[in-house]
Each structure stands twice: as structure tokens, then as C-alpha cells.
Design a binder for this molecule. Structure first.
Ligand SMILES: [Zn+2]
Length: 88
């Protein structure tokens, strides 16, 4: 999370960058395209087909930061987060 000072307060922006778990290509959800896709899905994740050929999922965690991960298998109910762009 990155914060900037505005007038009499602080505005914090969620980290909207995430990377492909396979090739680490950087994605940025700057126009909420992926966020909107997540919100449409029942599991709040969206599938992304990376140019490296590895499909992966991304979603937003409880802090509102974008995270990407690989499914354990095509029908997995639970998932393992393997990659996260660290905002610290
Ligand atoms: Zn990739």
C-alpha cells in the first residue's frame, strides 16, 4: 500500500501491480479491468492467460492488493498464493 499526503489527510492506494507466477511479467490493473472481472466471478478470481503460455489466477487480498497464483489443478477449490508483489 502506498500513501500520499493530501490536504488534511492521507490517501492510501492499493497495490494494483501483480506478476505472472511463471515468467514474472508485470501486469498493472490501472483501469480496474481485472478488478471488474474478479467481481463478476463467484470465487472473486479471474483467469489470465499470460503470453508465456502459463494461465494463472489473480485476485485482491484483504488489504486490497493484487495477488497472483497458480491453481493446484483445474478444479481446485483451494489455492496456493505463490507470488505477491511486495509493497513494503
Ligand atoms: Zn507468464
Amino acid at each position: 500500500m502506498s500513501c500520499i499526503s493530501i490536504g488534511n489527510g492521507i490517501l492510501c492506494m492499493a497495490n494494483i501491480d501483480f506478476v505472472c507466477p511463471e515468467c514474472h511479467k508485470m501486469y498493472s490493473d490501472s483501469n480496474d479491468k481485472y478488478l471488474n472481472r474478479c467481481n463478476k466471478n463467484r470465487n472473486n478470481c479471474t483467469l489470465i492467460k499470460c503470453s508465456c503460455g502459463q494461465p494463472f489466477y489473480m485476485t485482491y487480498n484483504y488489504k486490497g492488493n493484487a495477488v497472483s497464483f497458480l491453481p493446484l489443478n483445474q478444479n481446485a477449490d483451494f489455492i496456493t498464493i505463490v507470488t505477491q508483489v511486495d509493497d513494503e
